[in-house]
Design a protein around this ligand. Structure first.
Ligand code: ZN
Length: 401
């Protein structure tokens, strides 16, 4: 089926690629042309389905680089996950995935589920048996015995088990290798947030082994020590990236940020949707330090990604805008926020030839909102239309603004 979408403005991505009024030609699941309304109408067949949003903005589907579909965002997501049978968990992950898609997130990267069950959901989405966003998956994250998120099934100890786990995950269909560099808060009785879970030579082994299989590496890292070691090892994205000292104080290391920028290693701060609640609990001084750290990373030219850690207690599935508001809060202009949440995030997921922009040849992952999100980020809420590879979600949902 051919579709023509036209609107007051079209933001094709990256920044500055704007048509007003603009239009998009879609053939089945692909974008075939982008331009002014006149240019597109010249190429479109007379019986194409036409949707016009005279006050609307068209932009590429959002890309969330850090979610956990296996977690329910409740008070105790770990127990809830543990008590779910495999088929229940896959069904729940499917429902959560569709919350993301309904909010305009057409690609998600899941950075740790139980035993790689997510690949079952991904398969049914790819076969068209279930609707959902494009899924990139880490499967079970690498962690030491009893380490952070060991209940997800990725415990490793020693080089042989590390190699075997990476190959197991690759066979299972992992698109990325996730390694838990530090401890974390979701694991009762596990290592502390500031404990390092692997030695530098083990990080190097993990990166080399994953890269040899063509898989990028995402490291969960809070401390400057682990960030420095994993950047040195050549990871692709640093999740959380909080630059903490062992005692929890701030330890911003300029040389590490400079290396990240120079080697094109992105920071994926995994900012929860309910960050305001979290900041209230942390108090003004610690909140100010989080804002400063993000500005410091950006000031050093470290690429920032969109990730929400959706599924943990303070982060809802399907609320991209609340997370993106934190970038607005620290002074990032809306046009840059939209770019990092689409084109830039897609690039670090290895998906530049597939999504993240509106360009001929790419998948028709498209969102339309009423109004201008470049003037007001809130306009990103409640999309009037979400297309995932050309298909409207929910089915047939095409409300006109
Ligand atoms: Zn996470």
């Amino acid at each position: 089926m051919q579709q023509v979408l036209s609107a007051h403005q079209l933001l094709a991505g990256p920044r500055g690629q704007r048509f007003s009024p603009g239009a998009l030609l879609i053939d089945d699941d692909r974008i075939t042309a982008v331009g002014t309304v006149a240019e597109i109408e010249e190429r479109a067949s007379p019986d194409a389905r036409r949707l016009d949003y005279p006050r609307g903005t068209v932009f590429p589907g959002l890309v969330n680089c850090h979610v956990h579909l296996g977690f329910d965002s409740g008070e105790d997501p770990v127990t809830a996950l543990r008590e779910s049978a495999d088929d229940e968990l896959v069904a729940a992950m499917g429902q959560r995935a569709r919350l993301h898609l309904a909010a305009g997130v057409t690609t998600i990267r899941d950075l740790g589920d139980r035993d790689g069950l997510i690949t079952e959901l991904r398969r049914s989405v790819e076969r068209g048996e279930a609707s959902g966003p494009r899924i990139r998956a880490a499967c079970a994250p690498l962690t030491p015995p009893g380490g952070h998120c060991s209940f997800l099934g990725g415990e490793v100890s020693g080089p042989e088990r590390i190699r075997a786990r990476i190959h197991d995950n690759a066979r299972r269909g992992a698109d990325v290798i996730k390694v838990m560099g530090n401890g974390g808060q979701t694991t009762p009785d596990g290592p502390r947030m500031t404990d390092s879970q692997f030695a530098p030579h083990e990080f190097a082994l993990i990166v080399d082994e994953a890269h040899a299989l063509g898989l990028p590496v995402a490291v969960h890292a809070y401390t400057s020590e682990v960030i420095a070691a994993t950047v040195e090892a050549g990871v692709d994205t640093v999740e959380h990236c909080t630059f903490m000292a062992p005692d929890g104080a701030v330890d911003l290391r300029d040389s590490v940020a400079e290396t990240m920028a120079a080697r094109d290693i992105a920071a994926s701060p995994a900012l929860p949707s309910e960050w305001r609640t979290m900041w209230d609990a942390l108090g003004p001084e610690r909140s100010r330090r989080i804002a400063e750290r993000l500005r410091w990373l950006r000031g050093h030219g470290v690429p920032l990604l969109f990730g929400s850690d959706a599924g943990v207690p303070v982060s809802r599935h399907g609320d991209p805008v609340s997370t993106l508001e934190l970038y607005e809060h620290i002074g990032v202009p809306p046009e840059e926020i939209l770019e990092l949440a689409t084109t830039t995030s897609a690039r670090y997921l290895g998906l530049s030839a597939e999504t993240g922009a509106l360009r001929p040849g790419l998948a028709a992952d498209v969102v339309v909102v009423d109004g201008d999100p470049l003037l007001d980020l809130q306009k990103l809420r409640d999309p009037a239309l979400v297309l995932s590879a050309g298909r409207a979600f929910p089915d047939g949902h095409t409300s006109h603004p």
